[in-house]
Write a protein that binds this ligand. Structure first.
Ligand code: IMP
Ligand code: MG
Length: 182
């Protein structure tokens, strides 16, 4: 229980820490892309709160787009094995693209999405993720802009869900295992 959220076993990253994390990431991006324009591609749904906080701190010219993608389980994949339920609404050929994700876990979804977007010949393609669980990685992915690494625990809040719930919690917390069901 934390601040009335009974499903939160313990707070992992509080609201102040999240704010300084998005400050730092936005500063890095503003610096690296100075004089350029960026297309931010958020992966729904998990990235929506992180994306909105990050984008408010971006000062270079940019546009925002969203994608819904899922991979087909743990099978080895080619780029054809990612299911794109909603695609972005623009041609990214020759553009500077930054994918915005909530958490990199196995890395399977992200590797597949990267392969698909790379095939569209952007000028550059980078990855910005709020969280990473390195202990769970099955596919190596390079995270160009990372909030922080976390231990192998199931987290909720700040856009992250368990069974579609808890995205509204304003900080990142560890889900109390007694709320995990089949
Ligand atoms: P993966 O890297 O392909 O395994 O999948 C990453 C996706 O799994 C993320 O975008 C999240 O939607 C989800 N995910 C992984 N770990 C967690 C967690 O601890 N809490 C909530 N969602 C998670
Ligand atoms: Mg999710």
């Amino acid at each position: 229980m934390y601040k009335g959220y009974k499903e939160v076993g313990r707070v992992l990253i509080d609201e102040d820490e999240l704010a300084s994390m998005t400050d730092r990431l936005a500063q890095e991006i503003n610096r690296d892309y100075s004089g350029k324009e960026v297309v931010f591609v958020g992966l729904l749904k998990g990235s929506f709160i992180f994306m909105s906080d990050l984008i408010k701190k971006i000062t270079i010219p940019c546009s925002v787009d969203f994608m819904i993608a899922s991979s087909y389980g743990g099978r080895t994949f080619s780029s054809g094995e990612v299911n794109i339920k909603k695609d972005i609404g623009q041609d990214i050929k020759g553009k500077n693209v930054i994918i915005v994700e909530d958490i990199i876990d196995s890395g399977i979804t992200l590797s597949a999405v990267l392969a698909v977007l790379e095939g569209r010949q952007p000028e550059s393609l980078k990855l910005c993720s709020l969280l990473s669980k390195p202990a769970r990685r099955q596919k190596e992915v390079r995270i160009d802009y990372l909030g922080t690494e976390i231990p192998d625990e199931f987290v909720i809040g700040y856009g992250l869900d368990y069974d579609e719930k808890y995205r509204n919690i304003p900080f990142v917390g560890i889900l109390d295992p007694k709320y995990i069901h089949d």
